[in-house]
Ligand binder design. Structure first.
Ligand SMILES: [Zn+2]
Length: 162
């Protein structure tokens, strides 16, 4: 009984209640779902064959992003969220460094936002570390920006303007 009383008292700590309300009140950033999941691979052509012929995805296109030194294949899942396969074209590419340390696997999560400039300034204001302060053009011409994993519990987060 004494233990229950102790736990109950703890859960009503005014500090934790304030923090909870604060988190739920901030609504400046509007997310519109997960756009894609980025997967680092050693070879885009080989990986896209696995994703299409075995896993049922459909290849939507292969792009080269010379600025980021990556080759990208977009694999359609048939739903709202696709898979983006990323192959480094240079040992200096951040994807090459990712493969070196972690091997093939999930590299980033991309979320849709309605206004990427507003999203970036909102996140910056909240003290989030941004990789891109300004949006840049992604592989399919959409505006994108990356948020540093140290602000997202270790997950590289990409914002994509819908
Ligand atoms: Zn991406």
């Amino acid at each position: 009984m004494r233990m229950h009383g102790f736990l109950f008292g703890k859960s009503l700590n005014p500090c934790s209640i304030r923090l909870y309300l604060h988190v739920n009140e901030v609504e400046d950033l509007t997310l519109l779902g997960v756009e894609h999941i980025g997967v680092a691979v050693r070879n885009v052509e080989e990986a896209s064959k696995v994703y299409s012929s075995i896993l049922g995805f459909k290849l939507r296109g292969i792009h080269i992003l010379s600025e980021r030194k990556v080759k990208i294949a977009f694999m359609s899942s048939g739903g709202e969220t696709d898979v983006e396969l990323l192959e480094p074209l240079d040992s200096e590419s951040t994807v090459a460094k990712f493969l070196e340390t972690r091997g093939e696997g999930i590299h980033h999560i991309a979320v849709r936002v309605s206004d990427i400039e507003a999203a970036l300034s909102d996140l910056k204001q909240k003290g989030v570390t941004l990789i891109d302060e300004k949006p840049r053009k992604g592989a399919e011409g959409k505006l994108v920006a990356f948020v540093h994993p140290k602000s997202t519990r270790g997950v590289l987060l990409e914002l994509v303007m819908k």
